[in-house]
Design a protein around this ligand. Structure first.
Ligand SMILES: Cc1ncc(COP(=O)(O)O)c(C=O)c1O
Length: 269
């Protein structure tokens, strides 16, 4: 089902700025037993992103109702995507006077391969193409995803399920569609994402869980080599939650101590 501003339709204006300029943001939400997981964090990120892009806020209560309405149709697992566009209007790039925010809520089947990924882990390639430095947009889940389209193409061409993506300086940023964490002893590392990458909802959630644990967290800008010394590596996104990494460029990882601890508490509250 697709709802645009609460109405069941799939028609959008060709003048919509999401189509013209990627002028908007999105989030994808895991649904379990009819409920959107981590909804407060998704909402918070949408609100933060709209404020950063200076897009007029939609009716958040109506959006929450639409998300829960679509979620209710999934008694087991599913997904709901929220896409918010600045709407049609403005002349050229100028968004002046464009206040007709469009909210598109749609549902989709949960990608079934994620269950196997969670259980058995996956090997990561390392993309040759790098993310550009983008201080204006770093962290935001905005609609300009051409880098990810090209990176996905590269991973598919090379037969990988996912791959580490480096920033312009050759430091680890994230993977094609998830954030990355690694542990050495009692310290957990994750890229700081100051110049590129997405501040994932699941990343925020994991950081919250780590803050209440005996582990210490460091936000880093690290070359790929650092991962070779990790005891454990895992990747995160809202849809697949936590996926252990079994191998990166010939280096294997077998420990899952932290991942198991996090999984036990993942949706505990
Ligand atoms: C490029 C990129 N980084 C990170 C993430 C993780 O974000 P989230 O945890 O909000 O799903 C995603 C999710 O799709 C992504 O596309």
């Amino acid at each position: 089902m697709i709802l645009i501003n609460g109405v069941e339709t799939d028609a959008v204006s060709v003048a919509d700025r999401a189509l013209q300029y990627g002028d908007g943001c999105f989030t994808t939400i895991l649904i379990e037993q009819g409920q959107p997981r981590l909804w407060p964090l998704h909402l918070k990120r949408l609100q933060h992103t709209l404020a950063a892009l200076r897009i007029a806020a939609p009716d958040w209560q109506a959006l929450a109702e639409q998300v829960h309405r679509l979620a209710a149709a999934f008694p087991d697992k599913g997904g709901v995507k929220v896409l918010i566009s600045r709407g049609a209007g403005g002349r050229g790039y100028s968004p002046a006077g464009c206040l007709d925010t469009q909210v598109i809520v749609s549902d989709f089947a949960w990608p079934s391969q994620y269950q196997q990924w969670q259980q058995h882990g996956i090997a990561l390639g390392v993309c040759r193409q790098r993310l550009s430095t983008s201080p204006m947009l770093a962290g935001l889940k905005h609609l300009n995803r051409l880098e990810q389209v090209l990176l996905k193409q590269e991973t598919q061409d090379r037969g990988w399920l996912d791959a580490v993506v480096l920033d312009a300086d050759g430091c680890v940023a994230e993977t094609v569609a998830s954030n990355i964490f690694w542990r050495k002893g009692q310290t957990v590392f994750t890229p700081s994402l100051e110049a590129c990458g997405v501040h994932g909802v699941m990343r925020s959630h994991v950081l919250g869980l780590l803050a209440q644990s005996q582990y210490c967290t460091e936000f880093v800008k690290s070359p790929l080599d650092e991962l070779r010394y990790a005891d454990e590596v895992f990747i995160t996104n809202a849809l697949m939650a936590l996926v252990p990494i079994s191998e990166i460029e010939g280096k294997t990882f077998t420990e899952q101590t932290l991942l198991r601890e996090l999984n036990e508490r993942l949706y505990a509250c």
